[in-house]
Ligand binder design. Structure first.
Ligand code: 5AD
Ligand code: SF4
Ligand code: FES
Length: 375
């Protein structure tokens, strides 16, 4: 793991070389929230532009979504998965993965405790575990809604009918990373899955009235910077409410465990460009960023992000929910993580937001003025 100081020193040393052309692009992004694929590719690939990008993204973050950091309590309720993603430790062919499934009472109890820690939202995350059919999961959702919590689901691909049932039961948001918008790469990395079905899921979720979160896995073998630029334009086009991105961390228990991992700096520039192009979106500082660099979440929170998802899973289940090695907080309790993040956010001069943290929508009037100005 690298230290935050070293990361900052490296980035500052390179910042001296940023060209006037790149500074002009960053200014354009900050003012218009628009860049072309070629312009995004140039900035994503520029080490020299990283600090200026982060500073612009931090200003836009402050202006559009404020200084509050939204905490979402993450409940990892099942490590059983029917899929076989090449990068993930929970893939069905990984015989070394330790599988568990929490029962409904335990999940509800974790949500009740999350409420007690002051989290206004819980994220129910699992592998693609079909044991949780609509009846079982809707019952859990209804019981958790009684605590007046916002509920985010992150359980993978389901039918439109199932998504409709979860929404009806009270689910507010859904996280489903597209991982990559490059269809052939997606289908190589997620054998047996289709890119068009994933895209269909995202469109169904949006039409059903969920706040929709998606994102990129950075550094997949064969992924290029122009592909990542196109990911950003895809998120802009679908008007994503949330975008969570993180570096690929090779897992030795998977077929691509020997490949190089994703780059922290490239992922940081991606976060900054996401903030510049989708100024109102909720953007988390992800756990994978901190797995690569100590204080990685602070760095990302200062580079455009405004959300953190502390773990509220208890005991040994944290360790068993192993997408990649080196996961942080596996020996910590939910209370540890709550205090840890509260202190760290305050130390940055930010504050823990107390509302449910739905996506900020500018008023229609404001949007009209802007559209009028553009016309
Ligand atoms: N490294 C980093 N992120 C991973 N994910 C799965 N496996 C890995 C890995 N090895 C991410 C995927 C998935 C999310 C739940 O975790 O992007 O959507
Ligand atoms: Fe299963 Fe999700 Fe891991 Fe793919 S990324 S193997 S769907 S848990
Ligand atoms: Fe878990 Fe810091 S967030 S201990």
């Amino acid at each position: 793991m690298q230290s935050a100081k070293r990361i900052e020193q490296e980035a500052r040393a390179k910042a001296g070389n940023v060209s006037d052309e790149e500074l002009a692009l960053i200014r354009k992004a900050e003012e218009t929230h628009r860049l072309s694929e070629a312009e995004l590719t140039q900035l994503l690939g520029s080490d020299a532009a990283e600090e200026a990008l982060a500073a612009a993204a931090d200003r836009v973050r402050h202006r559009y979504v404020g200084d509050g950091v939204h905490l979402r309590g993450l409940i990892e309720f099942s490590s059983i998965c029917r899929q076989n993603c090449m990068y993930c430790g929970l893939r069905r062919d990984n015989k070394k993965a330790e599988r568990y499934r929490l029962d409904a009472d335990t999940i509800v109890e974790l949500a009740r405790k999350a409420k007690g820690y002051g989290y206004p939202t819980v994220v129910l995350q699992s592998g693609e575990d079909l044991f949780f059919d609509t009846d079982r999961l809707c019952a859990v959702i209804r019981r958790i809604k009684a605590f007046d919590l916002a509920i985010t689901l992150s359980i993978g691909e389901r039918s439109r009918e199932e998504y409709a049932a979860f929404r009806e039961a009270g689910a507010d948001r859904y996280l489903l990373r597209i991982e990559t918008t490059d269809e052939p790469l997606y289908e190589r990395m997620d054998p047996g899955m289709s890119w068009s079905n994933r895209d269909r899921c995202l469109r169904d979720l949006r039409e059903l009235g969920y706040e929709v979160g998606t994102g990129t896995l950075v550094g997949l073998p064969g992924q290029t910077i122009p592909m990542i630029a196109r990911d950003i334009l895809y998120y802009q086009k679908m008007d994503a409410d949330m975008i969570g991105v993180g570096p690929f961390i090779p897992n030795p228990d998977t077929p691509i465990g020997g490949e190089p991992g994703g780059d922290f700096h490239l992922t940081r520039r991606l976060v900054s460009l996401l903030r510049l192009l989708l100024p109102e979106a909720n953007i988390p500082a992800t756990t994978a960023m901190e797995t690569m660099v100590a204080m990685g979440r602070e760095i990302v929170l200062s580079s455009g992000a405004n959300v953190v998802m502390p773990n509220v899973t208890e005991g040994d289940y944290r360790r068993k929910y192993a997408l990649y090695p080196g996961k942080i907080c596996v020996a910590d309790t939910p209370a540890d993580c709550r205090h840890c993040m509260g202190g760290r956010i305050a130390a940055m001069g930010r504050f823990v937001a107390e509302d449910k943290g739905f996506r900020h929508h500018r008023g229609a009037a404001e949007r009209n003025i802007e559209e009028g100005a553009r016309a």
